[in-house]
Write a protein that binds this ligand. Structure first.
Ligand code: FAD
Ligand code: SF4
Length: 324
């Protein structure tokens, strides 16, 4: 670990002040800091100022609204999993959040920080010394990619566990900026498949809250595979919500993380519905996962293995939930 770079720390108490400060050149938002601070210590970034949004009251509440449950971006993962409104109707969010990092992290780590998590790669999440010895890479300070040397897009993996669960819940996000005020977009539209630029947020834009709708008639679940069972990022993670009768699927939503530079809300799931979940349907699900996800050599675990894992945990989780 290296010494932190010099930066100014601001601790605004309102969204309006935060976005004004966030609009300044070289500013970066800081929430729980459980990902950002280790990255800065590795020399990944050199912000002029950090805007700590963890003390803003409007970003700390969880409340029912006409648009669904509004979860402030600065709610910690521990607050999320113990909140009565979440406990009542959002077991999927709790299941996913409880797989993130370790207990002590979850007391600081926030919902917003998890959804805005930087992408990860075995050639990027390394010390400055290591990256310099390897001529850096496309994502930061370098000009070529070690994972896909002929490509010009970074393939680092988005590895946040909450995003697929939120996507299955039809999440929308409330985004604020100094110039544009507030806008609400689908969470799915906040991401793009570019590991160096996976968030479609303009400079200075702040994620203030997430809006989710309950899925009362669905069985839901989250499953992930990781190298260290106790505490680790997903090699692949999948969230499923399913409604069925007997072994027949009526409605299903599936979202994945850890496989690509953005979380994937699987398209074409409607084609699986109205028929039994038999071998043909499981094969069709495999095709959907294989064609819409593309793990690359961004972890030291082979990409073919991650691809198989994504297919198998999707199939097993769907079967388990339908039979529940
Ligand atoms: C040992 C270890 C294990 C981990 N395991 C996992 C894991 O299994 N799964 C997982 O998902 N994560 C894991 N993490 C990463 C991290 O702890 C979590 O993702 C956490 O939820 C990040 O939240 P944070 O509040 O600490 O974010 P921060 O580190 O404060 O910020 C993360 C990023 O989000 C941006 N940001 C924060 N808030 C906002 C906002 N409101 N609007 C716009 N941008 C914002 C920051 O600028 C930064 O780029 C792990 C980390 C460690 C150190
Ligand atoms: S995928 Fe390529 S450009 Fe992106 S972090 Fe890894 S090595 Fe760097």
């Amino acid at each position: 670990m290296e010494i932190l770079p010099e930066f100014e720390l601001h601790q605004p108490d309102s969204v309006a002040t935060a976005v004004k400060l966030g609009a300044q050149t070289g500013a970066k938002y800081l929430a729980g800091g459980t990902d950002l601070m280790p990255n800065l210590r590795h020399g990944l970034g050199d912000p002029i100022s950090l805007i700590d949004v963890s003390g803003i009251a409007d970003m700390q509440a969880i409340e029912n609204t006409a648009m669904g449950l509004r979860i402030g971006a600065s709610v910690t993962l521990q607050q999320l999993v113990t909140n009565p409104l979440v406990l009542a109707n959002y077991s999927l969010l709790i299941e996913a959040a409880n797989t993130i990092a370790g207990t002590t992290h979850r007391h600081h780590a926030t919902v917003g920080g998890n959804l805005c998590l930087d992408t990860r790669c075995q050639y990027y999440n390394q010390s400055e010394w290591w990256r310099k010895s390897n001529s850096y890479c496309l994502k930061y300070k370098g000009d070529s990619c070690h994972v896909a040397p002929n490509g010009n897009v970074c393939r680092a993996a988005f590895s946040g566990d909450l995003a697929p669960a939120m996507l299955v819940h039809g999440a929308q996000v409330e985004i604020w900026s100094a110039k544009g005020g507030q806008r609400i977009i689908d969470l799915d539209d906040m991401y793009q498949d570019d590991g160096a630029n996976s968030l479609l947020l303009k400079p200075g834009e702040l994620l203030v809250a997430v809006l989710v709708k309950p899925l009362p008639t669905f069985n839901t679940g989250y499953r992930k595979v990781r190298v260290r069972g106790g505490l680790d990022f997903p090699l692949a993670g999948v969230a499923v919500a399913v409604q069925g009768r007997g072994n027949k699927l009526e409605q299903v939503m599936i979202a994945l993380t850890g496989t690509d530079s953005r979380p994937i809300l699987l398209k074409g799931c409607d084609d699986l519905c109205g028929k039994p979940l038999d071998d043909a349907a499981l094969k069709a699900l495999e095709r959907l996962v294989r064609t819409q996800t593309k793990p690359m050599r961004s972890t030291f675990i082979p990409n073919q293995y991650r691809s198989k894992v994504a297919v198998n945990i999707s199939r097993r989780l769907l079967l388990d939930l339908l039979m529940r």
